[in-house]
Each structure stands twice: as structure tokens, then as C-alpha cells.
Design a protein around this ligand. Sequence first.
Ligand SMILES: [Mg+2]
Ligand SMILES: [Zn+2]
Length: 199
Amino acid sequence: MSAGIREPVVTSTPEVAGLIGPGPHKALFLDRDGVINVDHGYVHKPEQTEWVPGIFDLARAARAAGYVLVVVTNQAGIARGYYDEAQFRIYTRWVHSRFEAEGAPLLATYFCPHHPQAGGNSGQICQCRKPAPGMLLAAASDFGLALDRSVLVGDMPTDIAAGKRAGLAWTCLLDSAKPARSFAAAALRLAGQGAVAKQ
Ligand SMILES: [Mg+2]
Ligand SMILES: [Zn+2]
């Protein structure tokens, strides 16, 4: 674990989440708010959760193409006191259970609880808050991921910047007006890359 990076939320065994056979493994990194759940602002309860259309299809396509699923999410709501880390972990375990029920178990969720404008220790400049690549680098170290074969889908330029700084193969900036279309395009690209890798 890199300095300052919190222990990720993990709910299934690595094998169930797709870490099978010798690595290094390839990952699809997903931002959370705006990519997994509609960004209603500081979502941290099941009843606030509206899934972004097509996200589970993308997750299943990625798993079928041999990618493990890793969520990397800035959670400034913790620094700002809207919810605490324990509440976030409980909610994240619920999100993981939904992905598992949809046939695409998540390997891990990494989160940054900091915000530079927050007071106290939460206000530190950290290595995890995107656009910094700390969460991606920690995941690669923890699970033996090949970043140069891994990809990211995000809805903000800061997501894309984190992916580029981590040296990912490619990144996809979601069209938030037509997310299902963006997801479908990303799924095709994931499948195509899998085919190339087999040659
Ligand atoms: Mg987002
Ligand atoms: Zn942080």
C-alpha cells in the first residue's frame, strides 16, 4: 500500500473477481460518481443510487475480455463531513454486492477521503485524489496489474489525467448525455484489445 492510500474495500476473493492464473493482469478502472451511479452529489446510501444506464453491460464485457474491475473514486464528502469512512465502506460493500449479483464482481474499490479545501488532517495534499495517479498505482502494486495493458472510464478530465499519469493503455471520457453509447464503444474496444492480445 502506498503512503496515504487507504486500505481498499474488497468483498470477493481475487479468484472470483477474475485474478486467475499468473499475472500481470489487466484492469478496467472505473470512476464511481457519474460512471457507476448517477452523480446526485455525495451519494452514500442505496436509496440515493441510480445506476448509470449500461454500466453493468460494460462491467460484464470487461470481465469477459479478461479485465478485472477496480473502482477509483474521490470521496471529498468524507473530508467535508457529509458521511464518514465507516458509512462509505458499508455503502461500498453494498455496491460490490450489486455488481456480484449482476455477474461482474468488483476486485476492489480504492477511495480518496481528502479534499484540499477541507480543514484539519483531511485537507492534506495527498497522492490519491485524482488527477493524481496514486490509487491506480496502489491497485497495480496490491494486485499485480499491468498498467500499460489497463484502461479507465471516467466522466471528468481529472479521471483521464490520472489514467494518463498512471501510463494506462487508453482512457475513455464518458459522454454523460449518452453514457450507454460510450459504454458500448468502450466494450467493443475492450473486446478488440483482447483479440489482439491473443494473436
Ligand atoms: Mg465522476
Ligand atoms: Zn487522497
